[in-house]
Design a binder for this molecule. Structure first.
Ligand code: AMP
Length: 281
């Protein structure tokens, strides 16, 4: 499988697709794993044409070391994709192809969805995400695009962006795929040493226990319990644990009937930042 490298080539291929060819897009940053594969499989099942993009988008990184150390594995990625289906098209542009010499993000108004959690701790992250996804949408004009609930806030923000900009694309959220110890699969997990990777199942175990607590306890008590669990753990440093409304992502102060909540967490294991989330009710 030969990847498409330039926007020009991509646009040519796109314009030669039959007008009724339903197109599914799966945007990724590569170093693909079974979480990505689940999105790609769903896209293949639901569309005539599937395009996977692999691009480590510099404008969504707030930390230079994280960007420099982001794993790349193009050869293995292409094999994983071809194993799902040999007909999938793969777009692998360079930074200069996507940004020319202007590697800065556009500024968006995401109606506050970007002001909490990841947005609070990662400066400009969602402007970078919005910039690259809007560019990919305008180049590829997909009917459907697939995003993981692993990055639940990102999923909600992309849904909001398509609504605000009236983009004719349906956004589908896909469930989180986990390693056998419960750790949410992530390309960054490769950077954990094996014993820490095993111990990191603690993050999901704590989320599951928090969900249990949330059934009977207040928002405050549930959050306090999670804080304590991490304070007492020598290997992980919790950056935040938040309970938020799944629609507005507004952090909850107390439970309100008929509102759906999720628990969102960011944790450092050494210098590696891991995120996860869970439906609470
Ligand atoms: P990334 O390469 O990290 O930008 O991820 C590309 C897409 O795959 C995003 O929509 C992610 O939310 C999704 N994804 C990453 N990890 C997982 C996972 N463990 N389960 C489900 N989706 C995932």
């Amino acid at each position: 499988m030969l990847p498409i490298r330039t926007k020009k080539e991509l646009q040519e291929i796109r314009s030669n697709l039959a007008p009724n060819s339903k197109i599914g897009l799966v945007p990724t940053m590569g170093a693909l794993h079974s979480g990505h594969a689940s999105l790609i499989k769903k896209a293949v099942a639901e569309n005539k044409t599937v395009i996977v993009t692999i691009f480590v988008n510099p404008t969504q990184f707030d930390n230079e070391e994280d960007l420099q150390k982001y794993p790349t594995a193009l050869h293995d990625d292409l094999r994983l994709i071809a194993d799902v289906s040999p007909n999938i098209m793969v777009f692998v542009p360079t930074t200069s192809e996507m940004y020319q010499s202007n590697v800065i993000p556009k500024k968006y108004d995401f109606h506050g969805l970007d002001k909490v959690m990841e947005g609070e701790f990662r400066d400009n992250h969602f402007n970078g995400v919005g910039t690259i996804i809007e560019t990919l949408f305008s180049l590829i004009r997909p009917d459907v695009a697939y995003f993981g609930e692993k990055d639940f806030q990102q999923l909600r923000i992309i849904q909001k962006m398509t609504e605000i900009l009236k983009l004719p694309v349906k956004i589908i959220g896909c469930p989180i795929v986990r390693e056998s110890n419960g750790l949410a699969m992530s390309s960054r997990n490769e950077r954990l040493d094996p014993s820490l990777r095993l111990k990191a199942g603690f993050i999901y175990d704590t989320l599951v226990a928090a969900k249990q607590k949330f059934g009977t306890e207040s928002v405050h008590n549930t959050k306090e319990w999670v804080d304590n669990e991490f304070e007492n753990h020598p290997d992980f440093k919790m950056e935040y644990f938040e309970i938020a409304d799944v629609e507005t992502l507004t952090p909850a102060k107390r439970k309100i009937e008929n509102i759906k909540y999720r628990g969102f967490i960011a944790v450092y294991a050494n210098s590696i930042r891991l995120i996860d989330n869970i439906a609470l009710n």
